[in-house]
Design a binder for this molecule. Structure first.
Ligand code: FMN
Length: 468
């Protein structure tokens, strides 16, 4: 491969000729400038120089080869000849001026991590992680529903010995919660998904890896603490079936134990905080191109239909879960289509704003299709602002098998906490679940029953017009 000097690279730093070095390889991205989902401005920021750190901070290593044509690769460069950083002056000043973060022992609850994350994350990272769609009503509503569900503790039961074990898709988990799939984990920590995998393995927790992680699926699989550690793949079913098939084969080969097919985002929700920030920083170069748009542009498939499930079933033996079921009618359809589990979620409020809270969908299922609850052929998972052990207990008592935790897993890696932060988060939640099971009078997950939850207020919000 041709060798390119740093001087030669620096000569191509304009819209007319834009070269970038990534991982020691030089690419001519001039024809791609206007196609870049993040806008030309982002590429031009690193034009004529080393874009590795900017690229790595959000993209996974394979994306560049998947996106650019072969002709775009011009040659190799001696990276030691390049300036080590492409940070802007403000970014460099911020890095030197980094605040000190509290020791993990001072992090007492899940929300404490969010305070650290808000200080640590770049404005883009914070906007991408914390935001939700439009007015963010659903994100707030996910929290509100847990507040109006009240618990009815039972007394005088021997709660000396408590087990939080559950079986998810046939795999043992030490706790009834798992790590949700989340994109762009590298904003939180350079080792991103490696931390999540290592922490999950050491704590006996399951995790779902997103379709497009910031490291390769194989690297994440290798970060398991033991070969039996359970990881699943979240799947945005690619429009191009050959690409979807190839990802499923990679998931099987990497030992993933199930596919979580995301169905709540045929198109992207309107993430205004994210979009606004990008528009402000890049001006006219990037109207409406927040991080979410950058990441999802090649992932989402507006044409996906119920019939496609049969195709997925025909090409893999992995258990199938539909992630993002939001109405009892679809829960029933999913059951009829023979999936192993449904996952009630509104994407943390990030897809359709004002979509109802997943725990309300759980109540809807209890009312209209009770046969689906604790059905041996169908597991039910719930996510959306699970921040307390009591939130977990409410979902399980109402019939969920397990719940997912999203943003807090990202936040727990920030402030340099990495893997230790994720383990601390898991243990905070585990401790709250055990403590609250003791208080409610349950020694195992099976002993959490619907009568322990006073859901009367929330039930008044259930849609009355369901026809099955
Ligand atoms: C930053 C971020 C990225 C996400 N990326 C994905 C994704 O790639 N695929 C997916 O199915 N869900 C994704 N989600 C949704 C989560 O899997 C989950 O449904 C949601 O975060 C749960 O709500 P919580 O964050 O309030 O716990 C993402 C959520 C966040 C916050």
């Amino acid at each position: 491969m041709k060798t390119i000097t740093a001087t030669e690279l620096a000569e191509h730093s304009s819209r007319e000729s834009c070269w970038l070095a990534v991982h020691g390889k030089v690419y001519d991205v001039t024809p791609f400038l206007d196609e870049h989902p993040g806008g030309a401005g982002l590429l031009l920021k690193s034009a004529g120089g080393d874009a590795t750190s900017a690229y790595e901070s959000i993209h996974n290593p394979e994306l560049i080869a998947e996106t650019l044509t072969e002709e775009a690769l011009l040659g190799e460069i001696d990276t030691s000849a390049l300036p080590s950083s492409t940070l802007s002056k403000e970014e460099e000043a911020k890095a030197q001026d980094e605040p000190e973060y509290p020791p993990l022992s001072n992090i007492i609850n899940v929300d404490d991590f969010e305070l650290v994350a808000q200080k640590y994350l770049s404005p883009e990272g914070w906007a991408y992680y914390s935001s939700a769609a439009e007015d963010e009503t659903s994100r707030q509503d996910n929290a509100r529903l847990f507040q109006i569900l009240k618990l009815r503790p039972r007394i005088l039961r021997d709660v000396n010995s408590i087990s939080t074990n559950v079986t998810i898709l046939g795999n043992e988990s030490s706790v009834p919660f798992f790590i949700c799939p989340t994109g762009f984990a590298k904003y939180a920590h350079p080792n991103a998904e490696l931390n999540l995998a290592a922490a999950a393995g050491k704590e006996g927790v399951h995790e779902i890896i997103p379709t497009s992680p910031s490291m390769s699926l194989e690297q994440i699989a290798q970060a398991r603490s033991s070969p039996s550690q359970t990881q699943y793949l979240q799947l945005y079913v690619n429009k191009d079936r050959s690409k979807a098939l190839s990802l499923i084969r990679r998931a099987e080969k990497a030992g993933m134990k199930g596919l979580f097919i995301t169905v709540d985002s045929p198109v992207l929700g309107k993430r205004e905080r994210d979009d606004r920030l990008k528009a402000l920083s890049l001006g006219s170069d990037a109207p409406n191109t927040g991080i979410a748009k950058i990441g999802s542009s090649t992932l989402l498939n507006a044409g996906l239909k119920w019939e496609d499930l049969a195709w997925i079933r025909s090409i893999t033996k992995l258990p199938l879960v539909l992630k993002g079921v939001q109405a009892v009618e679809d829960a029933v359809l999913a059951y009829q289509h023979g999936v192993e589990a449904i996952y009630l979620s509104n994407h943390g409020g990030r897809s359709m704003d004002t979509s109802q809270a997943p725990v309300l969908t759980l109540l809807e299922i209890r009312k209209y299709a009770p046969e689906l609850i604790r059905n041996p052929k169908l597991q039910i998972y719930v996510d959306g602002n699970i921040r307390r052990g009591t939130d977990v207990i409410k979902c399980l008592a109402l019939g969920a098998t397990a719940v997912g935790v999203g943003r807090p897993c990202l936040y727990s890696m920030t402030g340099g906490y990495g893997e230790d932060g994720v383990r601390h988060l898991i243990n905070i939640l585990r401790g709250e679940i055990i403590g609250n099971m003791g208080l409610i009078g349950a020694t195992s997950i099976q002993e959490l029953v619907p009568s322990m939850v006073n859901s009367q207020r929330a039930e008044m919000e259930i849609f009355g017009g369901v026809r099955l």
